[in-house]
Design a protein around this ligand. Structure first.
Ligand code: ADP
Length: 487
């Protein structure tokens, strides 16, 4: 599929350190999850290159943070424009290595790029403050300054947006960055880095280190242990988040973590049922269920339970599963064999514990690649794995509940707290439930909540900090208090 790029120069198969494209003797394969075919080989870097990238980012820091925010913004805006200009090629690269349908991939390019112009503007508004004095001989001032060298470790489910969401606020604030993209999806990251170079990013300000799973652990250790790196931003599993947090303790690094979710999606008796069905479909099956905000547990009140299942079954039957390059496909492959195993295990466990299979339930027999049929399970219970763990696949377990209080208790009974959703037309209930859900984000009468202008993030074991919005730049600045005496 990559032979069809309009601009073949975007297929970058080297890493970026200090403005130089660097190869390595050791490489690893990037494969297409829809076919299992190899797409490219990229450098399998390690400790030495991580040290080089840290040195480059440290070296570039002073010049970059000393620029007026407006000059940094100009680079970010040019980068955003180039990403949008090359959206078709970036989408092709993304679909090839990640699997999501081409239209979704294109949507991610535009969404991912939007963090750049949003934070280009926010970077101009990193305001300090003056504090009324309590001593006539003194004045109190507060400045906000760039944190310094930042590291970003990103996942494969949004190969571009999870990078720009971290890198844009960091760069806008005056930080320099080292990115370690997921081993499954380095090509999108490298293409984006190529466009950053074309946008005029100074050498060393943005560095990209590619590595396979094993070497990613090594690079992670170097980034965490370094006392030059002052901030680590990570999106991925809670399990890896805990490891990184521990590794960052000795250097007391600032941390931004976007970890796992286990999103409840609640449909009350008074909901607009068609809208709830559409919302559930979008929230559950987008990216083949591989987002940390995908509905994981669908709770439906008894009065509309049967009607909801009937309508949702009908919609699930219209989904087309297949290669993301084929037109009309809404559900692409899962990222790898391990993801398929997890989904199979969740479905088998649910059925063994009494769930009723209404759609799907198995791998797609007709295709090579990691395809799983969009699956719908009724009569799910809290004992099931799919209730306790994030499935990260196209499986919708539906639970029946009786009262509002019961729904809230069920929804909150997890260590996670990222996204949640509910459908109701009752204004009192909207406030009560909106306030009671222990989640960083609540979608009310919608299944899609992400946009660059809002604070995205979780509570409990779903993470630390917020990305996007006015809040998204705060993790990348330090507050400094100046006390002026002898006035
Ligand atoms: P997912 O479950 O989405 O694959 P992971 O948490 O396993 O998420 O991986 C997300 C990112 O974290 C990837 O870039 C991966 O290479 C990286 N990663 C995984 N384990 C470690 C680790 N021990 N140290 C540093 N990075 C890691």
């Amino acid at each position: 599929p990559l032979d069809a790029l309009d601009n073949p120069g975007l297929l970058r198969t080297q890493a970026l350190i200090n403005g130089d494209w660097v190869g390595a003797a050791a490489t690893f394969a990037v494969t297409d999850p829809a076919t299992g075919r190899e797409l490219a080989q990229v450098p399998n870097l390690g400790r030495a290159e991580a040290q080089e990238a840290i040195a480059a980012a440290a070296n570039a820091l002073n010049a970059w943070r000393s620029k007026p925010a407006k000059e940094r913004a100009a680079v970010l805006v040019r980068w955003q424009q180039l990403l949008v200009k090359h959206a078709d090629d970036l989408a092709r690269l993304m679909t090839a290595e990640q699997g999501k349908p081409l239209a979704e991939a294109r949507g991610e390019v535009v969404y991912g790029a939007s963090f750049l112009d949003w934070f280009a503007e926010e970077g101009k508004r990193v305001y300090g403050e003056t504090i009324p004095t309590t001593d006539p001989t003194k004045r109190y001032l507060v400045l906000k300054q760039a944190v310094g060298v930042c590291a970003a470790i990103t996942p494969w489910n949004f190969p571009l947006a999870m990078i720009t969401r971290k890198v844009a606020p960091a760069l806008a604030a005056g930080c320099t960055v080292i990115i370690k993209p997921a081993e499954a999806t380095p090509l999108t990251a490298l293409a984006a880095a190529e466009l950053a170079q074309q946008a005029g990013m100074p050498s060393g300000v943005l560095n990209v280190l590619t590595a396979d799973a094993a070497q990613s652990i090594e690079i992670g250790q170097v980034l965490c242990e370094s006392d030059v790196v002052r901030h680590l931003s990570f999106t991925g599993s809670t399990e890896v988040g805990r490891i990184l947090m521990k590794q960052c303790a000795p250097t007391v690094k600032k941390l931004s973590l976007e970890l796992g979710g286990n999103a409840p999606f609640i449909v009350f008796d008074d909901a607009d049922l068609d809208s709830a069905v559409d919302g559930a479909l979008a929230s559950k099956y987008r990216n083949a269920g591989q987002t940390c905000v995908c509905a994981n547990r669908i709770y439906v009140q008894a009065g509309v339970y049967e009607a909801f299942l009937e309508k949702l079954s009908a919609k699930v039957a219209t989904l087309k599963t297949g290669n993301g390059f084929e037109s009309g496909v809404n559900v692409g492959p899962l990222i790898d064999e391990a993801a398929l195993h997890k989904v199979e295990a969740h479905v088998a466990d649910a059925i063994a514990l009494g769930a009723k299979l209404l759609a799907g339930g198995k791998r797609l027999a007709t295709e090579a690649g990691n395809f799983f049929e969009p699956t719908l399970l009724a009569d799910a219970t809290p004992q099931m794995l799919c209730s306790r763990e994030e499935t990260f696949g196209p499986v919708a377990p539906v639970f029946k509940f009786q009262t509002e209080a019961e729904a809230i208790t069920l929804a909150n009974s997890t260590e996670f707290g990222l996204a949640s959703y509910f459908y109701s037309r009752d204004i009192g209930r909207i406030f009560r439930v909106g306030e009671a859900l222990e989640y960083g984000m609540v979608g009310i009468n919608t299944g899609l909540i992400s946009t660059a202008e809002v604070p995205f993030g979780g509570v409990k074991q779903s993470g630390l900090g917020r990305e996007g919005g006015r809040q998204g730049i705060e993790d990348y600045v330090e507050v400094k208090y100046l006390c002026l005496g002898d006035i």
